[in-house]
Design a binder for this molecule. Sequence first.
Ligand SMILES: Nc1ncnc2c1ncn2[C@@H]1O[C@H](COP(=O)(O)OP(=O)(O)O)[C@@H](O)[C@H]1O
Ligand SMILES: [Mg+2]
Length: 338
Amino acid sequence: MDKILRVNNLTTSFITKSGEVQAVRGVSFDVGKGEILGVVGESGSGKSVISLSILGVLEENARIKDGTVEFAGTNLIGLSKKEYRKIRGSKISMIFQDPMTSLNPVMKVGKQISETLLEHNPNMGPQEAKERAIELLRKVHIPEAPSRYHSYPHQLSGGMRQRVMIAIAISCEPELIIADEPTTALDVTIQDQIIKLLKEMNAKQNLSVMFITHDLGVVAGICDRVLVLYGGLIMEEGKLNEIFYKTAHPYTLGLLESVPRLDQEKTQRLMPIGGSPPDMLKPPKGCPFYPRCRWGRQLCVEERPVFSNLSDTHRSACWLLLPDAPSEDNPFYGRQLW
Ligand SMILES: Nc1ncnc2c1ncn2[C@@H]1O[C@H](COP(=O)(O)OP(=O)(O)O)[C@@H](O)[C@H]1O
Ligand SMILES: [Mg+2]
């Protein structure tokens, strides 16, 4: 599969009064053309910092210390603000958790779409932009699109506002959409509709999507492949089925136990992972998940685990997967993961 995005060794920190917050510590992955990649991890794992690093919209105190972000063959790291603006919103679009913060509260939603169109298409006239905006409202299944054109954001429900954001995001026919927790603020039914809509756009326009969520349950409904992130590092990466059925990391196992699953009995108890995420001002030397891991041992404290490749598409950074790892107290021993 051709790649639209290649992220290599991305390392992003924040300079704060208390010291350096090492938010993302050398992360490498890619997104295929037309693929939906899920990025999953608890709050604070570095998901948003990865997306903001790709988009070139990090806060002032952020430093990209190392790595490259290749989009359609060009490294974006180090581009000028002007060059970045040309890419953002036209070739790469973004959707955030709260549409209210990205929509202008005092401008009609239709106008906000047509303004975006005009900004990116210098030859388009205002009438054509309006027609295209209404067409886009229809495309994201907003009922009565011509009259909704004249609504203000506060007159729409949360789900409808997120649809408007998607209309804006796809208005310039981007190649990649980065959606950062786009359904987190919505109730479950609406969440489902928004996911269906993103999948529809992905299928119809061969659009690539990076779908960021803290909820492993949500990725099952939308993603082809999943990255599991913790403490600014990739813990496990694989196709959806590999992550769910050949789970090869204690952290992913923990996430799975804390989401409801349709294939298991309703009576199954949901177990949140005990403990809390590491302090990124002083990230642990070894595996960041060690303090919360049921199976951690001395080596995990001392050295950061290397990746074991379980298939061409599946890798996991856990010492318990090494061929010479002890069999005793090893959840992966004897399991057919390879
Ligand atoms: N502007 C900032 N200054 C200092 N630390 C930050 C800043 N933004 C994010 N962080 C820290 O970076 C880490 C990763 O954050 P983030 O990517 O937002 O997590 P999430 O996975 O929840 O999206 C967290 O420890 C967070 O506190
Ligand atoms: Mg976030």
